[in-house]
Design a protein. Structure first.
Lengths: 863, 375
């Protein structure tokens, strides 16, 4: 018996091991695919040109939280892309070392020192040196940003001095001014020491035996140091610097949560902290950062005690306010205001900016994707249109995400998690798409647009898919819909709501793609104008107390919208032309059109959600779901699905009995005959086939959702119309690469006409010549794609001695010539020539610098 | 045929003795129930206090709510041109809505008592921040959704460890001092390292260096549609975590059970049985296993309810969607209802198990109920 028992046990064990260790079908297929891809080696150009929609056949999203395994998983071939930003130098170095892995860099996070500006005497009687702007300003010279970027962040950061991200367009627009300020506030510990000593003396402190003392007590600084990332090392570095200057420093290591109780929630006058290692994140490219001054330096930024303690200089305050209100008449005026505000921000220095951090998105070496300059892969709107294998067309790709299905998915007020949004983006086909490197919008389903703005409003127009005109006055036509009557279910036209007439600051006329209504939703039904109309009705219904869909959580957003919304109307449906009137202004014409152009949502899916909410069984928003203690509508999984199935069956019965649907009168004109029946039948078939109600029109459709197992599968939507290679030109960030060459020593002080100069320059000519090569991936950077190639010349004292534009020589070569007079003005010493290159294709400016010496008159230039 | 005692009158002193025993048993059970209930109440309320840091979490939440509202407004282009004052007013409205939703406008003590009342009545309610993976906010759904994965992984591993350890220990107790016995004793300190520690090495070897098994997850992605393939994939994904747990606890388990059996096998009654010349198998079953059954059952039941808590780090290492990582997330989100939900169920399970064991002991061992009844 014993032998039999043992035998059975052994057999069972062997069976389990056999099953478990047998080759995994998915893995075998994947490896076979990879081998095939490697053999193929290149994408068939003809097949690529013919392909419509997604460049992959299947995308599998998997939950993977451990960043330490990223390289290993890519090398093992189990994953090909990771969406989360990696800021660990160790992991990034592993990625760099791997021949199977590569990465894209994003710039969305910035690190700074938040200073407590209250005092100088705090509630406990102690001295706060940072109450004095001069001492705050001195910290800019004290910290070595290059050290912070290269040593503390392991090279995964770039120095930042200004309240503007170095990767966003405003920095490029102000590159010259920015560079001058960066040099003015470059690392200079002696200057910092002098300024701090002067400031401390002014505050009544004295230095005894190398220690600062105030009212008989040592001056003690409380430094809040965040512990979760490299800011721990930044905090220690700063603490050491301050201790070196004679301050007593108490290092308070805190997590985000613990620190927020102190630096945000407490009154800074209480003296719980003096400095805090802060950081800010932006997941989209901000094309206009004019608001930053108001937000970071004035009490208007936030209501918390710290912001209320800010006392900006009146000039700075007024300038920040005007910039936040976009109160300027022209681009030039704005430039001037921004430049001055930057100067004043550094004088104020309530925050000392340190670095813009780089986050890496890991991918396999044979994978390419357009990663957003700010948001990385997860923030890129173009990833669904550009993600591909570089060595083959189609195939399956596994993407790792730190989390998925964080909240229920619905298109009205569903999950706002970045990684859920990343997945759902692939199932949608927006009418405009932002450029991942400039933030400017490109048309996707718009043929063209016409924007009219009131005269005198500073709006800039860059791309040629829209036209910009200025009009003295823009009247809202009487038949434009300005409101919605929830009680009677009808639109309210302008002439009824505003018989006296209504004007707007902008009019956007959007002409959609003529083939728009020849496109299908994933469930096979055709797009119709009703897909544009019902989302508007729903928006108004959710804000109306008379409606069963009223949602208090929606009200605030809606009221903000109503502040600038002036009306809209559908001018034609073949092709679809929509006009929208609004008072909201963005500096870029493309952004105004993008904000106004209506996007379609499948009305039949929305209708099920509406019915669910009306019957008190489901709710679109989390807040309403909690208030009513019902389920938050999820179209993909969970307890919402049986409710939706029941509602769908009910609607189909209702249609059979020819009973009207909600908003039937308002929607009626925009529906084709028999459309409701066809729509719900298609949705029924879709739900039966795939087990969910998520319907989009993007290049990928939601194939399956596995909530507990932590995976989501997208498959290519065969019915998608649009060339697969349309956006491939934006797959890689065209950041200019610079190589600046020129003489190391020049003779200065000769009068024009005398024999000048240059080692490396041309003999017998006056002045000096410097050559700049601008390339991208080894090829010359097209001249027409460069907005500006300018230079700044600094003399040996760091003072600005000249500025100008470089001359194009063709083939990516540029020349800067400094005439003898300019060189004479430099005097003798070490000078610096700084080149700034601003591309039209990428917001990130590129800089190059060249140091050269000028010799006093009479000295011979060595050869 | 009737039983031998049929028709025979029960002696009055025997009946009295049985009634007395029954009374003592009921008194004992009632006392134990009351004590256990008090323990559950205290344990759950302490959890509520700890999870909310005595109410200080409210302050943290308010800061978090406000920061999120500010950042959401700032990041939304819809509010781009809104004046600062209006923006602040908007943020205040959003904060007020959230404060109302989370009942932060009520004193913590009131909420804590409400949490306790609902927890004790097993009304787990709705989570404040979290959702189940499928999207439900009901705490019950959130917990139940993760239960099968936890039971499967930890149940398999623990049962494997338990039975392997008990039978291996019995075997070794018969071969005291053998090479195998000495090896197991030498390996026992290896259990000082937790399962996740072995897991990291197993992943390194079997998923990266020699990629035979998956590095993590529960099944292949996407999960196979056929049940057989799904089960095979599940088994493949379970191998490494089960091996990690097995490695981390098997040697010390064998060692402790072996010591336990060795102590019992040197009892007088066992020596007497050996002296009587009974077979080794009979001695093992009747004279060692049977008297030690109570502690074995205790250990087994406690092991079973221990499954409830899962293992936070091991689940993270293997990306396993279990209850451990759920509780970890709940603590991270400070989602009090989910934390309480997890704890109160564990508390009830533990209390029920302890009561069952006490009751079994009382039934099996008269000394227990007499002492218990008197006490």
């Amino acid at each position: 018996m014993k032998g039999v028992g043992l035998g059975i046990s052994a057999l069972l064990l062997a069976a389990v091991l056999l099953v478990a260790l047998s080759p995994d079908r998915e893995r075998t297929e994947r490896e076979a695919g990879q081998r095939a891809g490697t053999v193929a080696g290149a994408v068939d150009a003809a097949a690529l040109a013919e392909r419509q929609g997604g460049l992959l056949d299947e995308i599998v999203f998997l939950r993977e939280t451990d960043l330490g395994r990223v390289t290993g998983l890519i090398e093992a071939g189990s994953h090909q892309l990771f969406s989360q930003g990696i800021s660990s130098p160790t992991v990034v170095n592993r990625l760099r070392d791997s021949i199977h892995a590569d990465m894209d860099l994003a710039f969305g996070t910035s690190s700074e020192l938040t200073l407590n500006p209250t005092g100088p005497i705090l509630a406990d009687g102690s001295l706060n040196p940072f109450a004095l702007p001069e001492i705050r300003e001195a910290l800019n010279w004290l910290v070595d940003r290059r050290h912070v970027a290269e040593e503390l962040y392991g090279g995964l950061a770039v120095p930042r001095t200004l309240p503007l991200s170095t990767a966003f367009p405003d920095y490029a627009r102000l590159a010259e001014e920015a560079r001058a300020l960066e040099l003015r506030y470059a690392h200079d510990p002696d200057r910092a020491r002098e300024a701090i000593e002067a400031g401390m003396g002014e505050l009544g402190a004295e230095r005894r035996e190398g220690r600062w003392v105030f009212a008989g007590e040592p001056v003690r600084l409380r430094l809040l140091i965040r512990t979760e990332d490299e800011r721990r090392r930044v905090g220690d570095y700063l603490a050491n610097l301050l201790q070196g200057l004679g301050f007593e420093v108490e290092r308070r290591y805190r997590t985000a949560e613990e620190a927020s109780r102190l630096w945000i929630a407490t009154d800074p006058a209480a003296g719980e902290w003096h400095l805090y290692t802060g950081a800010w994140i932006s997941i989209v490219i901000q094309r206009d950062q004019a608001d930053n001054f108001s937000f970071y330096y004035t009490p208007r930024g936030r209501a918390e005690p710290l912001w209320q303690a800010y006392r900006p200089a009146p000039e700075f305050d007024a300038l920040a306010d005007r910039l936040s209100r976009r109160d300027y008449a022209s681009r030039e005026e704005r430039q001037g205001m921004m430049a001055r505000a930057l100067e004043l921000a550094l004088v104020d220095s309530s925050r000392v900016w340190l670095v813009d951090q780089l986050n890496a998105s890991a991918r396999a070496a044979n994978v390419e994707v357009a990663a957003d300059l700010a948001g990385g892969v997860s923030g890129s709107a173009l990833w669904p249109y550009t993600l591909r294998y570089t060595d083959r067309l189609g195939g399956r790709m596994v993407v790792g995400l730190p989390g998925l299905l964080g909240e229920p998915w619905n298109p009205v007020a569903g999950s706002n998690w970045a990684f859920d949004r990343m997945i759902t983006r692939a199932t949608q086909d927006p009418v405009v798409l932002p450029d991942p490197y400039t933030g400017l919008y490109h048309p996707q389903r718009i043929a063209r647009a016409e924007l009219a703005v009131e005269a005198g409003i500073p709006v800039e127009h860059t791309l040629d898919w829209l036209t910009l005109t200025r009009e003295a006055q823009i009247a809202v036509p009487g038949d434009a819909w300005v409101d919605w009557d929830a009680l009677h279910g009808r639109f309210i036209p302008a002439d009824e709501a505003h018989p006296e007439g209504l004007t707007a600051r902008t009019r956007v006329r959007v002409r959609y793609d003529p083939e728009l209504f020849a496109r299908r939703w994933h469930d096979g039904s055709w797009l119709t104008p009703a897909d544009f109309v019902l989302p508007w009705i729903l928006d108004f219904e959710r804000a109306s107390e008379a409606s069963p869909l009223f949602d208090p959580a929606h009200l605030a957003t809606f009221e903000a919208f109503r502040r600038h919304f002036r009306g809209w109307r559908i001018l034609s449906t073949e092709p679809l032309v929509i006009e929208v009137y609004s008072d909201q202004i963005f500096p870029d014409a493309e952004s105004i059109v993008a904000a106004r152009a209506p996007s379609p949502l499948p009305w039949h899916v929305l209708m099920l959600g509406i019915l669910g909410e009306r019957r008190g069984e489901l709710a679109f928003s989390s807040n309403k779901a909690d208030r009513q203690r019902v389920d938050w509508l999820s179209l993909v999984a969970g307890p919402s699905l049986p409710v939706l199935e029941r509602l769908l069956a009910g609607v189909q019965e209702q249609l059979q009995e020819q009973l009207p649907l909600p908003y039937g009168d308002a929607l009626g004109d925009w529906l084709a005959p028999g459309e409701p029946e066809r729509r719900f039948a298609a949705l029924d078939a879709w739900q039966r086939a795939f087990g969910h109600f998520w319907v989009g029109s993007g290049p990928y459709r939601l194939h399956s959702v596995h909530p507990v197992e932590g995976s989501v599968v997208l498959r290519r939507f065969e019915g998608f119309r649009g060339p697969a290679d349309r956006w491939l030109g934006l797959s890689r960030a065209p950041i200019p690469e610079l190589l600046l060459d020129g003489p190391l020593v020049v003779a200065a002080g000769r009068a024009p006409g005398a024999n000048g100069l240059a080692v490396g320059g041309r003999e017998g000519r006056e002045g000096a010549e410097f050559r700049l090569a601008v390339t991208v991936e080894g090829a010359p950077y097209p001249e027409e794609e460069l907005r500006e190639v300018s230079y700044l010349l600094f003399d040996g004292d760091g003072a600005l001695a000249g500025r100008g534009e470089a001359e194009p020589l063709g083939q990516g070569q540029w020349r800067v010539r400094l005439d003898a007079e300019t060189l004479a003005g430099l005097g003798s010493g070490a000078n610096s020539l700084e080149l700034a290159v601003i591309s039209r294709r990428v917001a990130l400016p590129a800089f190059a610098s060249h140091v050269f010496a000028t010799l006093p008159p009479g000295e011979e230039v060595p050869r | 045929m009737k039983p031998a005692s049929a028709g025979r009158p029960v002696r009055p002193d025997l009946r009295r003795s049985r009634l007395r025993d029954l009374r003592h048993l009921l008194l004992y059970a009632a006392a134990r129930l009351l004590a256990l209930l008090a323990t559950v109440v205290v344990g759950v309320y302490l959890t509520i206090l700890v999870a909310n840091m005595g109410g200080q979490v409210d302050e943290l939440r308010l800061v978090q709510i406000r920061s999120e509202a500010v950042e959401a407004v700032r990041a939304d282009p819809a509010f781009f041109d809104m004046p600062g004052e209006e923006r602040s007013a908007l943020v205040e409205r959003q904060v007020a809505l959230e404060v109302e939703r989370l009942r932060l406008d009520q004193p913590f003590i009131v909420r804590s008592l409400d949490y306790l009342r609902r927890a004790l009545s097993l009304d787990l309610g709705r989570a404040e921040q979290m959702h189940s993976d499928r999207g439900s906010r009901e705490v019950r759904d959130i917990i139940v959704e993760r239960l099968p994965a936890t039971l499967l992984l930890f149940g398999s591993a623990n049962l494997l460890v338990f039975f392997t350890a008990v039978f291996a220990a019995l075997h070794l107790s018969r071969r005291y001092g053998s090479a195998l016995d000495r090896t197991v004793i030498a390996l026992a300190p290896s259990s000082a390292a937790p399962g996740w520690f072995y897991g990291i090495f197993l992943i390194l070897f079997f998923a990266f260096l020699f990629p035979l098994l998956p590095a993590g997850g529960m099944v292949t992605a996407p999960p196979p549609e056929s049940r057989l393939e799904y089960a095979a994939s599940l088994a493949r994904h379970m191998l490494l975590p089960v091996a990690a747990m097995f490695l981390s606890s098997i040697f010390v388990s064998i060692y402790s059970w072996r010591t336990f059996f060795l102590i019992h096998s040197s009892e007088d009654h066992v020596e007497m049985a050996r002296a009587k010349g009974l077979s080794a198998r009979r001695i093992e079953r009747r004279y060692i296993l049977r008297p030690t059954l109570a502690p074995i059952i205790t250990s087994f039941l406690l092991m079973l309810i221990g499954l409830w808590s899962g293992a936070i780090i091991l689940e993270q290492v293997f990306n396993w969607p279990g209850l451990g990582s759920l509780l970890f997330q709940a603590i991270g989100h400070r989602d009090t209802p989910v934390i309480i939900g997890g704890v109160v169920i564990f508390a009830y399970l533990l209390a029920a198990t302890v009561f069952l064991l006490d009751f079994l002991y009382a039934l099996l061992d008269p000394r227990v109920r007499v002492r218990g009844g008197r006490s």
